[in-house]
Design a protein around this ligand. Structure first.
Ligand code: KIV
Length: 310
């Protein structure tokens, strides 16, 4: 049935929900952690059915679903709407909510309030925030308030302008030291995992050796405990320039365009709808309706009242 009939694909997974200790266990056992972003109910049900371990309601939603030019633009209100939809489609993966730019930098109090809002209103189980420096103190405050925090080092899109653009980080020894120091600081304040984005794999491998918490890489090579990709990038829903680290596993944009084109063509040539898409009516009801139409037009011409059949 179509969504017009209010039917949805129910999450089918019967796996155990992924917990924070389970992630630690996976790292210890060398089992790769699979993380993907999701921004709505259908993408969440896909992540659930595919059996991923972590779903991030990423602020990349700004670009990939809201059409903003950068992640700086997305608001907490928008993240909450998207997060609530994702929650409805998930049962098993750990759900992490990204803290949008402007929701945590100014003070520890603001960071805690924003993290609490994401947790309470979306039902995510942890939050992610970007960068090191002063942000480490925000991460500490949120962790101390009882909310699990995922850190994010390397290329941090919320501050990409200050980093000189969407560029790989850690390419100089000085920058590599900064990535290591940020990652160690985030670990020391209690972050349960750290995303490493767009860092040369040889540098990542050294950083990972110094960390005890799981690391999730995106453009950081194979040495991390897991990998994350943006849902719309890996499925080929987004088009245009892709970062070097994106692998497209499907061409969904092309499939969708072809399907909508075919629909348009069938509407224009009256091949759609076909008999199986059409409701039927009992012949007697149709006859009575037609009698009404002919008598009603006669009656209105002569000023009579139409009588229904007994
Ligand atoms: O917002 C996002 O999608 C992210 C991932 C790329 C880690 O932060």
């Amino acid at each position: 049935m179509s969504s017009g009939g209010r039917s949805h694909t129910a999450p089918t997974s019967d796996r155990k929900p992924v917990s924070l200790p389970r992630l630690g266990e996976m790292k210890a056992n060398g089992e790769p952690i699979v993380m993907v972003t999701a921004y709505d109910y259908p993408s969440a049900t896909v992540a659930e059915a595919a059996g991923v371990d972590i779903v991030l309601v990423g602020d990349s939603a700004a670009n990939v679903v809201l059409g903003y030019p950068g992640t700086e633009m997305v608001s907490m209100d928008e993240m909450v709407i998207l997060g609530k939809a994702v929650r409805r489609g998930l049962k098993t993966p750990l759900m992490v909510g990204d803290m949008p730019m402007g929701s945590y930098e100014a003070s520890n109090e603001e960071a805690i309030r924003s993290a609490q809002r994401l947790i309470k209103e979306t039902g995510c189980q942890a939050v992610k925030l970007e960068a090191g420096g002063v942000i480490v103190e925000r991460a500490r405050a949120i962790v101390n308030s009882g909310i699990p925090v995922m850190g994010h080092v390397g290329l941090t899109p919320q501050t990409a302008t200050a980093l000189g653009g969407y560029k790989a980080q850690g390419k100089s020894a000085k920058s590599a030291i900064k990535q290591l120091e940020d990652a160690l600081a985030l670990q020391s304040v209690g972050c349960f995992a750290i995303v490493i984005e767009a860092v040369p794999s040889a540098i990542t491998d050294e950083i990972v050796k110094k960390l005890e918490v799981p690391t999730i890489g995106i453009g950081a090579g194979r040495g991390t405990s897991g990998q994350v990709l943006v849902f719309h990038d890996l499925l080929g829903i987004t088009t245009g320039h892709m970062a070097k680290f994106v692998k497209r596993y499907a061409s969904v944009h092309e499939t969708m365009v072809a399907a909508v084109k075919q629909y348009g063509q069938e509407v224009r040539t009256r091949h759609f709808p076909e008999p199986e898409h059409v409701y039927s009516v009992e012949p007697a009801e149709l006859d009575e309706f037609r009698r009404y139409l002919s008598e009603e037009s006669l009656a209105s011409a002569k000023g009579w009242e139409w009588e229904p059949l007994p």
